[in-house]
Design a protein. Structure first.
Length: 124
């Protein structure tokens, strides 16, 4: 009986610590400046900027996720912070092929960098 009670307490404590660790990862506020382009081109073509706005738009409409590529080469994957999550192409489509400034929260995991965009605007 004592063993079961101890196990329940241990499992409950481990679960509470896990939930606290998961919910405390709120992302780091940041500002990102870069080009909005097709994710496949960013990786497979090694582009430093989009070929054109029309090209980025066509790829996005075909289903390829749009990303933000900075001058330093960092690729930011725009994500939603909702559950269930949703794609961000609709929000980025007006900026396809353009240089933008985006503010929001950055999350990093396993070598990937994601951005929950709070505000985005074309650079002038």
């Amino acid at each position: 009986m004592r063993f079961r009670s101890a196990m329940r307490i241990s499992l409950g404590a481990a679960l509470a610590v896990g939930i606290l660790a998961w919910s405390s990862d709120t992302g780091k506020p940041t500002t990102v400046k870069g080009f909005v382009l097709d994710s496949a081109c960013a990786f497979t073509k090694g582009l430093k900027k989009p070929i054109s706005s029309e090209c980025a738009t066509a790829c996005a409409k075909a289903g390829s996720p749009l990303v933000i590529l900075t001058d330093s080469g960092t690729i930011y994957w725009p994500i939603a912070d909702t559950t269930p999550s949703s794609g961000q192409n609709e929000r980025l489509l007006p900026f396809a092929g353009q240089k933008v400034t985006a503010t929001g929260k950055v999350f990093e995991r396993g070598g990937s960098t994601a951005l929950v965009i709070e505000k985005i605007e074309a650079q002038k």
